[in-house]
Design a protein. Structure first.
Length: 302
């Protein structure tokens, strides 16, 4: 590959060349990505690039930028190149061991906060407990704890994942946002590690963004998804067996009136509702995301 940036040039010139090179490689937001990568290399904020457009760049600055640019041209996600992604206004450490947090999952957190506030306002419990199943980067659990306790109740959480590498990232994020004292990180399948810690206690909320991409969809996905952990993206069959198992396990661990809340793919909500119904959950609701897709399903224990 001929380098998109070969001679010392200004910030403005480098961004123009990089944007064109990324455009040729089908990157969705080439200018934004080029700015993010260059700002990262220079230790600046994006806005500061515009304030110093005519600054010449040294080879010691261009070399690491070229390396990142090549990786982005190969469609590696920007979040992995930067090692961080903002979620709910908070910076989260990410690596190839975890999914890149998405805007739709911020909406999942909002729905979870509503459920916790509903329980807290009932006044029946002074302490609430939730589980985040398949926590990945820990963004859901950490955001719930970092944004404050529901009025009238304390809040603690369990975050489970089958991947020790993912839990290491989640721990780093929990420490960064000072919630590790209220969050237990547990390795294992679905709710099994939480079950062992709970004993006779029940959960007030179980929230999850489980794998919901179908195996048949693999060939049609954006190239960036090939860099993310595949077992966090794809369920093993078209009927979403992992979500089915989650619903069955959740029913046994939810307190009366407590909720299971999951994010799912567009067009999958009806199937998830069936799994909830067969597990014995009641008051099942489907909620749309900001794009109008049926994205979230909630069911409650009787």
């Amino acid at each position: 590959m001929k380098d998109a940036v070969t001679q010392p040039k200004t910030v403005r010139q480098v961004l123009g060349l990089a944007t064109g090179w990324l455009t040729e490689r089908g990157v969705d937001a080439p200018r934004l990505d080029a700015e993010l990568l260059l700002a990262n290399v220079l230790g600046l904020k994006r806005l500061e690039l515009y304030l110093d457009h005519d600054r010449p760049l040294a080879e010691s600055e261009l070399a690491p930028f070229r390396a990142l640019l090549r990786r982005r041209g190969a469609r590696e996600p920007v979040a992995y190149l930067l090692g961080t992604r903002e979620f709910f206004g908070l910076p989260f450490r990410v690596s190839s061991a975890v999914l890149v947090p998405r805007p739709e999952t911020e909406e999942l957190v909002e729905h979870a906060r509503v459920e916790l506030a509903r329980l807290a306002s009932s006044g029946n419990k002074a302490s609430l407990a939730f589980a985040d199943v398949g926590t990945g980067s820990g963004c859901i659990a950490v955001a719930l704890l970092a944004m404050g306790t529901p009025p009238g109740a304390s809040l603690r959480g369990f975050a489970t994942d089958r991947s020790a590498a993912a839990l290491a990232v989640a721990r780093e994020n929990a420490e960064r946002h000072a919630v590790l004292d209220r969050l237990e990180l547990l390795e294992g399948d679905l709710l099994e590690p939480a079950r062992a810690r709970l004993g006779a206690e029940k959960l007030d909320l179980i929230v999850s963004n489980p794998p919901y991409v179908l195996p048949s969809e693999r060939a049609s996905l954006a190239p960036e998804l090939a860099f993310e952990p595949q077992d966090a993206l794809f369920d093993s069959a078209e009927d979403l067996p992992l979500t089915r198992r989650l619903a069955q396990a959740a029913r046994e661990l939810l307190a009366p009136g407590a909720a299971l809340l999951v994010e799912t793919g567009a067009g999958r909500a009806a199937l998830v509702r069936e799994h909830f119904e067969r597990a014995g959950l009641t008051a099942i609701e489907t909620r749309r995301d900001l794009a109008g897709h049926e994205r979230f399903v909630v069911g409650r224990a009787g």
